[in-house]
Design a protein around this ligand. Sequence first.
Ligand code: 13P
Length: 251
Amino acid sequence: MRRPLVAGNWKMHGTRASVAELINGLRQQVLPADVEIAVFPSCLHIAQVLQGVAGQVVAVGGQNCAVDPGQGALTGEVAASQLQDAGCALVLVGHSERRLLLGETDAEVVCKFAAAQSCGLTPLLCVGETLEQREAGKTLEVVGAQLASVVSALGIEVFTRAVVAYEPVWAIGSGLTASPEQAQQVHAAIRAQLAGHSVEVACAVRILYGGSVKAANAAELFGMPDIDGGLVGGASLNADEFGAICRAAGN
Ligand code: 13P
């Protein structure tokens, strides 16, 4: 059985005061013991969150890491080794906002994925199609290519220590959610693609859905056979809403 994972991507949100308030709210939630929970604050707030959630079952991750794992002369970037040193357990790689707005390439995503694992961090690989690509019938082709770039460069075994998140770009921050059936179709295709390399790895890997997940739609999404939890943006900034989404992933 795959243990569900609910992850909150706080993106470029938060001040010391609002983060303190959010942590406080999270501490008051009844969180299900059978669900793994993680939050991804901005780098500035990682230490504050780690201190605030100490003793809670919440892991903390970075939203991005540099292509090279070690420290170096690369102004503005954060190395996977620094995230690990700061106490992070995970890191997002290939989020669509970075791919589309900052021009991150598949090749860079592969390097970041490898950098994360080399430092003992679990990469959470984000894949997903734009509305234009979906309307052109290219969803599985686009998602398949994003996934294939990692498999062909690093091999299938790396997915024993990674998580995949399917995030249709058109559903991110738009209030539009993929229907459970639409999401399930892509999740099943991702798992089938991985199964083409190793059935064992494919069966064990967690595939999260992201894109306007909220308390009101979480249970039906998480009820689908290949959806193993969620990567939550906007709704993760509200502790009550995020707590309810975490509970929806439990049994
Ligand atoms: P929203 O939940 O705000 O749509 O964001 C999803 C997302 O991008 C999580 O990484």
